[in-house]
Design a protein around this ligand. Structure first.
Ligand SMILES: *Cc1c(COP(=O)(O)O)cnc(C)c1O
Length: 374
């Protein structure tokens, strides 16, 4: 790594080649088609660039939460199949249909609104979502018969095409996930009996796709893994053959020599034990650095692993660098690829009692993303 460009306080470097490689690696590992999940601005990595990189790596389809996210990809020039699965009550699917967005359908009402959005010459493509125990959306087993029958009728009259049937797992335990998979297979049998022939059956996200081969079916929906992060507490990115795609860094904005006893940041929760140098790192909780990681989050400055001193503020935090020759403008790496010496995202997640997903997806809009190809 190098210094930041003049005038740049902070930035997230996005290694899109890593995203493409991670998709290739997970495709080799699972042996099935990949639905690359790029919801929430691709977990903070940038939706359009991440989608393009995932497609270069061989992803067959993209997954997002809502139709607005799918339309953002279309506006960005992405013409691959896109599935969106969470919808505002009562929204029209006209725009989704016009832009060829596939819809995850969780109720009879959504199914009928999808059918109503079809044009004379083009059916709307849907994936029926079954509730198999997560307790979120999805068609309940008691409603499935009626929904399947209506979907088959809409297919016959050319308004819908049921491309897929899917569900989502709890990751509570292998047993819980296998029980959900069994319920999913019951749903698939009922759908077949109703005359539906979905080509894409999918239930696994990253964790199950790696750990539970029986859940791979026709396709897997991969989010965290394509960004090079591990969904497991006991396995790192490198253990899974993945490379973290985001490096978050900032330029040291001020350096000051202080005497022993100096208090640091709001509330003086840190006091310098001896004469020392304090470096100011210009990124804070408004940028997604969790305040809960105050006095704990790791930082790499000048090849040295250091720690946040005192409270993380809205725009900045302080690091006690001791007698190291740190200067204004030096690079402070907040997290990145641990195999290259950077703190891992997971260390920040641990420091803030959360998970890597939340750390990367909350990096805020004030942090410019810059695409790099390593
Ligand atoms: C977010 C999400 C995924 C991706 O999960 P990862 O654990 O990041 O792989 C897959 N499916 C659904 C329905 C999701 O909401």
């Amino acid at each position: 790594m190098s210094r930041l460009a003049p005038g740049v306080l902070r930035e997230a470097l996005i290694d899109t080649a890593a995203i493409a490689d991670n998709v290739r690696q997970l495709r080799r590992l699972t042996g099935v088609e990949i639905i690359a999940v790029v919801k929430a601005d691709a977990y903070g990595h940038g939706a359009v660039r991440s989608a393009a990189a995932a497609l270069r790596g061989g992803a067959a389809r993209l997954g997002v939460t809502d139709v607005a996210e799918a339309l953002q990809l279309r506006r960005g020039g992405i013409d691959a199949p896109i599935l969106a699965w969470l919808h505002a009550p009562g929204t029209s699917f006209d725009e989704a249909a016009a832009f060829g967005v596939e819809l995850g359908i969780s109720s009879m009402d959504q199914l009928q609104r999808a059918g109503a959005a079809a044009s004379a010459d083009r059916p709307v493509w849907v994936h029926l979502k079954l509730e198999t125990g997560l307790g979120r959306n999805g068609i309940a087993p008691a409603d499935a018969g009626a929904v399947f029958a209506e979907a088959a009728r809409l297919e016959r009259i050319g308004r819908l095409r049921v491309v897929g049937i899917f569900s989502h797992l709890s990751n509570a335990s292998h047993d819980d996930d296998l029980a959900a998979l069994a319920r999913f297979h019951e749903g698939l049998s009922a759908a077949a009996a109703a005359g539906l022939q979905p080509q894409v059956r999918h239930i696994a996200a990253t964790a199950a796709a790696i750990d539970l081969p029986q859940t791979r079916l026709d396709s897997v929906r991969l989010g965290i893994g394509i960004y090079g992060l591990s969904p497991f507490e006991d396995r790192t990115s490198a253990d899974l053959g993945l490379r973290p795609a985001m490096t978050l860094r900032a330029a040291v904005a001020a350096v000051r020599r202080v005497p022993a006893g100096q208090g640091v940041s709001y509330g003086y929760t840190y006091r310098c034990e001896r004469d020392t140098t304090l470096a100011l790192v210009p990124i804070g909780y408004a940028d997604g650095i969790p305040r809960q990681a105050s006095n704990a989050g790791p930082v790499l400055i000048g090849g040295q692993r250091l720690r946040v001193a005192g409270r993380i503020a809205m725009d900045q935090f302080v690091v006690d660098v001791g007698d190291a020759p740190v200067a204004v403008g030096d690079e402070a790496i907040i997290f990145g690829d641990a195999t290259l010496g950077a703190p891992a995202v997971e260390e920040w997640a641990d420091a803030a009692s959360t998970i890597n997903y939340e750390i990367v997806s909350r990096i805020g809009p004030r942090v410019p993303r810059r695409e790099v190809v390593e």
